[in-house]
Design a protein around this ligand. Structure first.
Ligand code: DMJ
Length: 480
């Protein structure tokens, strides 16, 4: 017994194990991310199996109305992470749940965007990675259920859809009954794949029409407002942001071009033109030398940057290669500067975890000043940018910054029952929000694992990640 104990101690001290606060620089960081995934998954399984998300403090299920009554968001979102981390038993039980229990015959409104990026995206990736037919079938079945969302005068889809009745509507808070740019603009990758996998062109036709509508419209200063009315085809309020409401629209332009093996010239032009307008009108440098992306409201700048906006560092770097007129180096540099600013937003908090939004006005830089912007909900965008910057530059600071995030997550977000978000990252004691978001498993932990793995795990030459970090293969999908 003593020998066995000794061997176990030796094994753990060499390979590394992640147990709460006992992190140590000698541990293999990819292995640590895997242990984090295990902790998140095991607790979801123990306390919330089959439900959408886990409440890690109260140790029960959490249901979000984003998915209507569709259940199992964490399972579907986590499938590909389990697969790439080689958590074979867990992947098998997740697949069995999808086979037996994933059910789309619900009579409730769902968010078309959320269901697409998490469920359709998750199923597509699981199919491409594992080759298991059930995932392809379920993805196409769900895609078909989403089609009535496009029944509007312009073909710009509704934000919300009752997937039983096929009746759609928009968020009541959206300017002038508009649909949201980041929502209808973040269907392209998945829908092109649905056409490819089903042989039915209808999915690709729907998203190509969105692009046509956008191309016909005048853009103020070359910028895309976040609100577009699906009936009149006119912009709503002129609010432009690369964070919430706008973000993944730009990401999908670039990735549509990459996914087409760089043949979708339209997407390419729209992306680089948009980046040019963003640089001219939204990107600014603080007096302390931090580059940030502000928000634009009818020509006036709000000097605020959301956590969500931090994904743009990775996007600029990923798009650097195709940048026009010798701007490759410039786009990489822009990515590096956004990564540095977002790292500062983490570093300037007590918990070393970034707030939901931070400001560059009133004498502060990269700090949240409003109480309702001080929370952290296990979001991935900063780690996502570290991962892209690491792969594209191999500057070791990105792995160091990723490791700082691991330490902070372990110290402040890890609890007995999983991982929880934090209500205020500027105070000394934990104030957990009691939600383990499904994107923590699909994105945050996957990007950490990739950051600390070799580049040939899901290499960029062959894969593009949807906005929920679900990898989709490049090439052969020509639908334009
Ligand atoms: C995820 O669902 C996706 O990354 C989406 O594009 C934005 N928000 C969350 C994570 O923060």
């Amino acid at each position: 017994t003593i020998l066995l104990l000794l061997l176990a101690v030796l094994k753990y001290s060499q390979v590394g194990v992640c147990c709460g606060f006992l992190l140590n620089q000698h541990y293999n960081p990819a292995f640590v991310s895997l242990q984090m995934m295990k902790h998140a998954w095991d607790n979801y399984k123990r306390y919330a199996w089959g439900l959408n998300e886990l409440k890690p403090i109260s140790k029960q299920g959490h249901s979000s109305n984003l998915f209507g009554n569709i259940q199992g968001a964490t399972i579907v979102d986590a499938l590909d992470t389990l697969y790439i981390m080689e958590m074979k038993e867990e992947f098998k039980e997740a697949k069995e749940w999808v086979e037996k229990s994933l059910d789309f015959s619900v009579n409730a409104d769902v968010s078309v965007f959320e269901v697409n990026i998490r469920f359709v995206g998750g199923l597509l990736s699981a199919y491409y990675l594992s080759g298991e037919e059930v995932f392809r079938k379920k993805a196409v079945e769900l895609g078909e259920k989403l089609l009535p969302a496009f029944n509007t005068p312009t073909g710009i889809p509704w934000a919300l859809l009752n997937i039983k009745s096929g009746i759609g509507r928009n968020w009541p808070w959206a300017s002038g009954g508009s649909s949201i740019l980041a929502e209808f603009g973040t269907l392209h990758l998945e829908f092109v794949h649905l056409s490819h996998l089903s042989g039915n062109p209808v999915f690709a036709e729907k998203v190509m029409n969105i692009r046509k509508v956008l191309n016909r419209l005048d853009k103020p200063e070359g910028l895309y407002p976040n609100y577009l009315n699906p009936s009149s085809g006119q912009w709503g309020q002129h609010h432009v942001s690369i964070g919430g409401l706008g973000d993944s629209f730009y990401e999908y332009l670039l990735k549509a071009w990459l996914m087409s093996d760089k043949t979708d010239e339209d997407a390419k032009k729209m992306y680089y033109d948009a980046v040019q307008a963003i640089e001219t009108h939204l990107i600014r440098k603080s007096s302390g030398g931090l580059t940030y992306i502000a928000e634009w409201k009818g020509g006036l700048l709000e000097h605020k940057m959301g956590h969500l906006t931090c994904f743009a560092g990775g996007m600029f770097a990923l798009g650097a290669d195709g940048a026009p007129s010798d701007k490759t180096g410039h786009h990489i540099e822009l990515g590096a500067e956004i990564a540095r600013t977002c790292h500062e937003s983490y570093d300037r908090t007590r918990m070393k975890l970034g707030p939901e939004a931070f400001r560059f006005d009133g004498g502060v830089e990269a700090i949240a000043t409003r109480q309702n912007e001080k929370y952290y909900i296990l979001r991935p965008e900063v780690i996502e940018t570290y991962m892209y910057m690491w792969r594209l530059t191999h500057d070791p600071k990105y792995r160091e910054w990723g490791w700082e995030a691991v330490e902070a997550l372990e110290k402040h977000c890890r609890v007995d029952g999983g991982y929880s978000g934090i209500r205020d990252v500027y105070i000394n004691h934990e104030n957990h929000d009691d939600v383990q978001q499904s994107f923590f498993l699909s994105e945050t932990l996957k990007y950490l694992y990739l950051l600390f793995s070799e580049d040939d795990l899901l290499p960029f030459e062959h894969w593009v990640f949807n906005t929920e970090a679900h990898p989709l293969p490049l090439g052969h999908m020509i639908w334009f």
